[in-house]
Design a protein around this ligand. Structure first.
Ligand SMILES: [Zn+2]
Length: 140
C-alpha cells in the first residue's frame, strides 16, 4: 500500500466513512500535474453521480503528509458535497473543524519534470496537532 491509500484509510476510519473511496492513479492526473504542478487529485461525476473514487498522480505520495491529508480531505469533500470547490471546502470545515484545514500560501515541491523544485501556490494543509490526532507518525 502506498502513502496515499494508507492516509485515506486512516482518514476514513477517523471520520467514520464506511465506504472507503478507491484510489486510482490515472494518466489524466499525471498529465495535469505536469502542466499544473499544483494538481494532484480529482474526483469525477459520471451520469450525474460523483464516483466514490479519488484519482491521483504519483507525486501525491511525495507531498508532506499534512499537505497530502489536506488534499485528500478536499477530495472527500467533493465526493460528499459535489464538484463545487467552495462546497467541498465547506464540507471539510463542517465535518472536521479540528483539522485546521486551510490553504497554505506557497509550498516548494519536487518538480514534475525532475528538474529544479517548483513553488506551488494555495494548497490544502492540516495542522500538526491533527496529524497527531489521527496517529500519523511520519514527520519528514
Ligand atoms: Zn477541488
Amino acid at each position: 500500500m502506498n502513502e496515499c491509500e494508507a492516509d485515506l484509510g486512516v482518514l476514513c476510519i477517523y471520520l467514520g466513512i464506511e465506504e472507503h473511496p478507491n484510489i486510482e492513479y490515472t494518466k489524466h492526473a499525471e498529465g495535469n500535474h505536469l502542466t499544473n504542478p499544483r494538481f494532484f487529485a480529482y474526483t469525477e461525476e459520471v451520469d450525474g453521480k460523483i464516483q466514490n473514487q479519488i484519482n491521483v498522480c504519483r507525486a501525491i505520495d511525495n507531498l508532506p503528509p499534512d499537505v497530502r491529508i489536506g488534499v485528500l480531505l478536499h477530495e472527500l469533500g467533493h465526493i460528499h458535497a459535489g464538484l463545487d470547490e467552495v462546497d467541498a471546502d465547506n464540507w471539510v470545515l463542517s465535518v472536521c473543524p479540528e483539522s485546521d484545514y486551510q490553504y497554505e500560501e506557497r509550498l516548494l515541491i519536487e518538480s514534475p519534470d525532475g528538474k529544479d523544485p517548483v513553488e506551488i501556490k494555495s494548497i490544502q494543509r492540516v495542522s500538526n496537532s491533527f496529524m497527531q490526532a489521527i496517529g500519523h507518525m511520519e514527520c519528514d
